[in-house]
Design a binder for this molecule. Structure first.
Ligand code: HEC
Ligand code: HEC
Ligand code: HEC
Ligand code: HEC
Ligand code: HEC
Ligand code: HEC
Ligand code: HEC
Length: 358
C-alpha cells in the first residue's frame, strides 16, 4: 500500500512545476521556489488514508527551525504555530490523530464518529495561502452541493453546528448565531439593535446611516491570547480558546480582567454606568447588602455570548444561577424599542422577581 502511494507521488511529482511557479497566484505550498522538494516536501512516507497527520505540517510550521531551513528556500518566512497547540485550551489537533480521512464529509452524520480537528480539516494543504486560509475548504450548502466556503464562520459550522457527533455539553452555533433570532452577535450579518450604546470604535453604537454596519468574526473572540502569535483558533491560555479572559462564574468580583473579552468592544464605563440596563452595575458589581451577592455576577448569568433564540439583547439566563420565580415563571419581557425598559420574571440569589421592572 505504502509502496503504491510512493509510486503515485513520484508520478504526480512529474507535474509541470516550472509552469506553476511562473504564475503569481500559485499557492505557496505548490510553489517550488518556496518548497524546494515540491510535492515531496509533504508526500514522502505519507499515509493518505488519515490525511498524513499533523506532524507533516509541523515539520515546517513547528518549533524545529533546523528542519525548516532544509525544506524551505532561504528568506521565506513561515508561521510557527506549534506553541499555540501546547496551550491549555486548544483544538484537539495533536491529541486526536489518525482519525481524519480525505474522504469524510463534514458536518459529520455518524453520531459515533470520533471528534477531531486536523490541520487539513481547516486548511486545504494544496490551495491554502496567506491571502485565503480557507481556500478549497467545502462547507457552504447551495442546494444539493457543498461549495467552497468564503467566510470563517462557515468553516466553524463544519464541526460546531449540525454535527451528529457534537458532544452533549455543546450547542449548535449556527442556531445561536442565526440572523432569524431576536438577537445575535453580528457574525453572519448586520445585528438587529440599532442602538448598542456601549459599543467602542470602530463599531457603531448608533445606526445613523445605512452604511453603519458592525460585523465581527468568531476569530475576534476565539484565538490566541497573545496578539503577536499567529492568528487562528489554534490555542489560548484562556478557557474556550478565547482571545481574552472571560469569567462565567457567579459571585465574581468585577474587574477589567474578569470581563476583559467583552470590554474589548463594549465600554466598561458605559456598562457599569448603567447607560442601557439601569441595574447593570448592581448585578455585575454587587452591593454586599444581602439582596445581591457581594461579588456580583457574570454577564454570562443574563447574556449568551453568541445569540438568543428567545429574547432581544442576547438575553439567555444561566440555568445554573437563575431559577423560576415563586409563581413558576422564568422569562424576560422587553418594553418598547430602544427604551431601555423591561421586566424579569425569575428568582436569583433568593430574590423573587415577580416581576422586577426597569
Ligand atoms: C504542504 C504539504 C503538501 C504538499 C506540498 C503537497 N501535498 Fe498533496 N496532500 C497533502 C495532505 C495533507 C493531503 C491529505 C488531505 C486530506 O486528507 O484532507 C494531500 C493529499 C493529496 C492527494 C490525495 C487526494 C486528495 O486531494 O486528498 C494527492 C493525489 C496529492 N496530495 C498530490 C499532491 C501533488 C501532486 C503535490 C505537488 C503538486 C502535492 N500533493 C503537494 C499535503 C501536501
Ligand atoms: C515544507 C514546508 C511546509 C510544510 C510541510 C507545510 N507548509 Fe504551510 N507554508 C509553507 C510556506 C513556505 C508557506 C508560505 C509562507 C509565505 O508565503 O509567506 C506556508 C503557508 C501556509 C499557510 C498560510 C500562512 C500565512 O502566512 O497566512 C497556512 C495556513 C499553512 N501553510 C498551513 C499548512 C498546513 C495545514 C500544513 C500541513 C498540511 C502545512 N502548511 C505544511 C511551508 C510548509
Ligand atoms: C474539523 C472540525 C472542527 C472545525 C472545522 C472547528 N472546530 Fe472547534 N473544535 C473541534 C473539536 C473536535 C473540539 C473539541 C471539543 C469538541 O469535541 O467539540 C473543538 C473545540 C472548540 C472550542 C473549545 C470548546 C471548549 O469548551 O473548550 C472552541 C471555542 C472552538 N472549537 C471554536 C472553533 C471555531 C471558532 C472554529 C472556526 C474558526 C472551529 N472551532 C472550527 C472541531 C472543529
Ligand atoms: C463576542 C464574542 C464571541 C464570538 C463572536 C463568538 N464566540 Fe464562541 N464563545 C464566546 C464566549 C465568551 C464563550 C464562552 C462560554 C459562553 O459564554 O458560552 C464561547 C464559547 C464557544 C464554544 C464552546 C462552548 C459552547 O457553547 O459550545 C464554541 C464551540 C464556540 N464558542 C464557537 C464559536 C463559533 C463557531 C463562533 C462563530 C460562528 C463563535 N464562537 C463566535 C464568545 C464568542
Ligand atoms: C479548527 C480549525 C483550524 C485548525 C485545526 C488549524 N487551523 Fe490554522 N488557522 C485557522 C484559521 C481560522 C486561521 C485564520 C485566522 C485568521 O485569518 O484570522 C488559521 C491560520 C493559520 C496560519 C496563519 C497564521 C497567521 O498569523 O498568518 C497558519 C500558518 C496555520 N493556520 C497553520 C495551521 C497548522 C499547521 C495546523 C495544524 C497543526 C492548523 N493551522 C490547524 C483554523 C485552523
Ligand atoms: C469583537 C467585538 C465584540 C466583543 C468582544 C463583544 N461584543 Fe457584544 N456586540 C458587538 C457588536 C458589534 C454588537 C452590535 C450588534 C448589533 O449591531 O446589533 C454587539 C452587541 C451586543 C449586545 C446587544 C445585542 C442586541 O441585539 O441588543 C450585547 C448584550 C452584547 N453585545 C454583549 C456582549 C458580551 C456579554 C460580551 C462578552 C462575552 C460581548 N458582547 C463581546 C461586538 C462585540
Ligand atoms: C442581571 C442581568 C444582566 C447582567 C449580569 C448583565 N447584563 Fe447586560 N443587559 C441586561 C439587560 C436586561 C439588558 C437590556 C437593556 C435594554 O432593555 O435595552 C442588557 C443590555 C446589554 C447590552 C446592550 C446595550 C448596551 O449597553 O450597549 C450590552 C452590550 C450588555 N448588556 C453587556 C453586558 C456585559 C458586558 C455584562 C457583564 C460585564 C452584562 N451585560 C451583564 C442584563 C444583564
Amino acid at each position: 500500500m505504502v509502496l503504491k502511494q510512493a509510486f503515485l507521488i513520484v508520478f504526480l511529482c512529474g507535474f509541470p512545476f516550472s509552469v506553476m511557479a511562473a504564475s503569481p497566484n500559485i499557492p505557496p505550498h505548490l510553489d517550488r521556489q518556496k518548497l524546494v522538494y515540491g510535492c515531496g516536501s509533504c508526500h514522502v512516507g505519507f499515509n493518505f488514508r488519515s490525511g498524513g497527520g499533523t506532524n507533516g505540517c509541523l515539520n515546517c510550521h513547528g518549533n524545529s527551525s533546523k528542519v525548516i531551513r532544509g525544506l524551505v528556500s532561504a528568506g521565506v518566512e513561515i508561521k510557527n504555530i506549534e506553541s499555540e497547540f501546547k496551550k491549555t485550551y486548544r483544538h484537539p489537533t495533536l491529541e486526536v490523530s489518525g482519525v481524519h480521512s480525505s474522504k469524510e464529509e463534514l458536518p459529520e452524520t455518524n453520531p459515533r464518529a470520533p471528534r477531531h480537528a486536523d490541520c487539513a480539516d481547516c486548511h486545504d494543504p494544496h490551495l491554502v495561502s496567506p491571502a485565503n486560509r480557507f481556500a478549497g475548504i467545502k462547507g457552504k450548502r447551495i442546494g444539493n452541493i457543498m461549495a467552497d466556503i468564503t467566510n470563517e464562520y462557515e468553516l466553524c459550522y463544519r464541526c460546531h453546528a449540525e454535527s451528529a457527533n457534537l458532544p452533549g455539553r455543546f450547542s449548535n452555533k449556527r442556531a445561536e448565531l442565526s440572523m432569524n433570532n431576536p438577537s445575535f452577535h453580528p457574525v453572519e450579518g448586520e445585528g438587529k439593535n440599532s442602538v448598542v450604546i456601549s459599543l467602542l470604535k470602530p463599531y457603531k453604537e448608533k445606526k445613523v446611516n445605512p452604511a453603519d454596519i458592525s460585523i465581527i468574526q468568531c476569530g475576534d473572540c476565539h484565538g490566541s491570547d497573545s496578539p503577536s502569535s499567529p492568528k487562528g483558533p489554534h490555542g489560548s491560555n484562556y478557557p474556550y480558546i478565547l482571545a481574552d479572559n472571560y469569567s462565567t462564574r457567579d459571585n465574581e468580583p468585577e474587574s477589567v480582567y474578569a470581563y476583559a473579552l467583552c470590554y474589548r468592544c463594549h465600554n466598561r464605563a458605559s456598562i457599569l454606568g448603567n447607560e442601557s440596563f439601569k441595574f447593570h452595575s448592581l448585578h455585575i458589581q454587587g452591593k454586599g447588602n444581602g439582596a445581591v451577592a457581594v461579588g456580583g455576577t457574570s454577564c454570562h448569568t443574563c447574556h449568551n455570548s453568541h445569540g438568543s433564540t428567545e429574547y432581544k439583547y442576547l438575553i439567555k439566563f444561566d440555568p445554573e444561577v437563575v431559577s423560576p420565580n415563586s409563581k413558576g415563571m422564568l422569562k424576560f419581557v422587553e418594553k418598547g424599542v430602544s427604551s431601555f425598559r423591561g421586566e424579569c420574571y425569575l428568582s436569583c440569589h433568593g430574590v423573587d422577581h415577580s416581576p422586577k421592572s426597569y
